[in-house]
Every structure is written in C-alpha cells, then in structure tokens.
Design a protein around this ligand. Structure first.
Ligand SMILES: [Ca+2]
Ligand SMILES: [Ca+2]
Ligand SMILES: [Ca+2]
Length: 429
C-alpha cells in the first residue's frame, strides 16, 4: 500500500494588495554621486611633535592650503595645487618623514536604496537591515538557492508566464517531481512569492525587491497546485538540489510527521555542504514540524513589524532564528496596508495574471533567512559550510524576548548587515 503524506504550505492568511494605481508612492532618495573621494582634496595628519609652524611651512612649500582642521583627530583637510592629482599628493605626503598618514577625502554614500517603487511597502526588508546589507553584497550568481516548493514563475512555457519582476533574476535548471518533467512552473503562487523574497529582480524600477537578488534560484516543484506534496517527492527534491550544486535549500512547508527518509535526505544534503533553511510551521504551538525540526535544518519562526512573535508561528526547542513573517490583521507601520510580506506572484488560477500580494506565515519568514545565508556565502567567496553559515547567522542575530536563545525567537532576529568574520577567525601572523 502506498502511503501518501500531505503537507501544508506554511502560509497563513493573505490579502490581495490593492491595484497598483491605488498605491501612493513616496519619493525615494537615491544617491547619484559616483565620486569615490572629493576631487582636489587630501587629508593629512602630521606626526606628533611637528609644530604648527613647521607644518604650515611644509604645506606652503607644497602649494596647498588648509580647508578645515579637526583638532581631536589632528588632521588637516587640504586643497591641493592645480595640476596635481589626489593620488600624487597622497603619495607626496605619505613619503614625508614628518607625516603620519595622508589619504583621499573619501565620500561616503548612503546605503543602497533600491528604485523598485513598492520597496517602500516592504517593511520586512529594512527590519532585517537590508539597505546596509546590500552595501556589502547583493549576492553572486554562483551561489544557488534551491526553492523546493510548488514551482516558480521563472519561464514562459505553455500555460505559464514568467513573472515580470523575475525577468532579471538568475535561474538554473530545476525539476518538477509532481509532473515528472523539467519545467517546475508554479500552479499555486506560493513558490513564486517565496522566490521573490530571496531574489526578486531588484533595482529595476519595477515592483519590489529581494534579499539576495544577484544569487541564482533553482526551482524544484514537489508540491501540487493545492500546496500538498508527498515526502517521497520532497526527498527527491532535496537530493536533486544537493547533487546539482545548490548551496542553500529553502523549504517553506512542513508536516507534523517525522520520517526516516526525509531525515536521511536532509543529512545527505547537509553532508554535501548545503545550508538548509526551513519554516518552523504555522501551528501556533510547540509541536515539532518536519523537516524544520531536524538538527541539520535552520528552523525559522516568524515575527511581525513590532518584532514580537506572531500568533501563528510554531515555537519550541528546535527554533533557531526568527525573521519577518508578517501579520495581515494589523497595520502597525501605518502605511495603509496590512503588514504582510509583499512580493509579486500570480493569482493562483490565472498563471499569467500577476500582482503584488501581502502574504504572512513562517513560509515568508524562511526565505528572508535563506537569502541572508546566500549573501553570507557570497561574501565568503561562494563556499561556506552549513555549520559556519549557522554559526554566523546565530552569532549575529539580534536577541529578542528573554535574554539569549529562547523558544520563540531562537537566537533572535536575523541581521543581514552584521559584519561577519571568517569562521574560524584567521590566526594573526
Ligand atoms: Ca523589482
Ligand atoms: Ca502596513
Ligand atoms: Ca532571546
């Protein structure tokens, strides 16, 4: 007898965003400056013991004039002579015995703010410090995130249409284990929304943004149009991802039953160096959900705008970290819309009719962490063990609730912009 176990998508309520023309879009501040340092200026610090008179004589001899000084730091900002470059003057000052250091007057830019018009409604991205994180990395295509779900609107094929805001996203070949073909298109809408949070085409003046938008997505379909799938298909999806170069697996679904086959698939992928990120579940209880509860998986619970845990999120001893899952019953940020996670997907019936949907659930929290994991791996050059990814995520999370790890928030809210150092740290020579 064949036993079929159905899974439920870890998606709670959702509501349709009003038609695009109902959005009122505020002005975005995007720095347009491309200068890396102020032209015609250098910063110089003379050595302690060099008198003001000696310094000003040196500056006059070099044809420079003082723009400003900072007594606490002991620096002078200088105008350099016409015909000299900043590089030349930095070299000239640096070579002097009486100068401690000289450097260009670098220009700091505000953190990248994407120009996607509905980014302003994606409160869940700044909540995990995305603008600052994008200043460090937007991901690299060699880091592949497998989205094991109900498919993704990644191509135009047959009855399916590519989501307009996935047109610039990198995709690698996946598989459809529901229909047994190589076209894992989305007949449900969930997988496309999840994919958007990881790698929506970003800074393209369209729609919304994603966390690791220069990483690649491997779409793998294991759930059907109603969001159910067998463990056997999920096992196949996991081994496909592990065998085909995925660095991260996102699983925004779960079941209440443990399974030796499912556990062994997770171990197989983990041992191949794959970081596995799973939604904790939407049971609102401490009952374990699988695969999230397996120790190889990073189990993600869900918080809302005010950084409190949601009424639907599963919790308990297996929670590792939390991320924004949203709450579509409230508008805590006062933007006029429910506080769901906003991404583009189709309406679930007409596979070419796309809109921007506020979803909530641990399904939505999970891809935030998968995206941050992909950025970490990107910043590390494209490879990083799952143990190192886990350590970095947990050690840099922002603690919430009871001090230290707790059963609702795990190690805390994922922090995409945390400066992270190689694990283990290099030994100083
Ligand atoms: Ca976009
Ligand atoms: Ca809102
Ligand atoms: Ca805590």
């Amino acid at each position: 007898m064949r036993v079929t176990v159905t899974l439920v998508l870890l998606l709670a309520l959702f509501s349709l965003a009003p038609a695009a023309e109902d959005f009122h879009i505020g002005k975005l501040c995007v720095s347009s400056s491309t200068d890396t340092y102020a032209p015609g200026e250098v910063i110089v610090k003379f050595k302690d013991g060099v008198s003001k008179q000696q310094a000003s004589t040196a500056l006059a001899d070099l044809g420079t004039s003082v723009i400003s000084t900072n007594a606490q730091i002991g620096i002078q900002v200088l105008n350099i002579p016409a015909g000299k470059t900043v590089e030349e003057m930095v070299a000239t000052f640096s070579a002097r015995a009486d100068v401690e250091y000289a450097e260009p007057n670098y220009i700091a830019h505000e953190f990248m703010t994407p120009n996607d018009p509905y980014y302003v409604y994606q409160w869940h991205l700044p909540l995990i410090n995305m603008p600052a994180a994008w200043d460090q990395s937007t991901g690299i295509p060699g880091v592949v995130v497998a989205v094991i779900d109900c498919g993704v609107a990644y191509e135009t094929y047959g009855a399916f249409t590519q989501a307009p805001d996935l047109a610039g996203t990198h995709f690698v070949a996946g598989y459809d284990y529901v229909n047994n073909d190589s076209h894992p298109d989305d007949d449900c809408a969930h997988g496309t929304h999840v994919t958007g949070t990881i790698a929506q085409t970003t800074n393209n003046s369209l729609g919304v943004a994603g966390v690791a938008f220069n990483c690649s997505i491997m779409p793998i379909k294991v759930l059907d149009a109603s969001g159910n799938g067998t463990y056997a298909n999920i096992v196949s999806g996991i081994t496909f991802a592990a065998d085909n170069g995925a660095k991260v697996i996102n699983m925004s679904f779960g079941g209440a039953s443990g399974s030796t086959a499912l556990q062994n698939a997770v171990i197989y992928a983990y041992n191949k160096g794959v970081t596995i990120v799973c939604a904790a579940g939407n049971a609102g209880t401490s009952a374990a959900q699988y695969p999230a509860a397996y120790t190889q998986c990073i189990s993600v619970s869900a918080v809302r705008y005010d950084k409190t845990y949601t009424d639907y999120t599963s919790y308990g001893s297996t929670i590792d970290i939390c991320a924004p899952g949203g709450d579509v019953n409230v508008d805590q940020n006062g933007d006029g819309y429910v506080d769901g996670v906003l991404q583009q997907t189709h309406d679930g019936t007409n596979y070419g009719t796309f809109g921007y949907y506020f979803y909530s659930g641990t399904s939505m929290a999970c891809p935030h962490v998968a995206g941050v994991a992909a950025l970490l791996i990107s910043k590390n050059g494209g490879t990083m063990t799952p143990a190192a990814v886990r350590a970095a995520l947990q050690n840099t999370a922002t603690d919430l609730g009871a001090t230290g790890w707790d059963q609702y928030y795990g190690y805390g809210l994922v922090n995409a912009s945390a400066r992270w150092h190689r694990f283990p740290p290099p030994i100083r020579q």
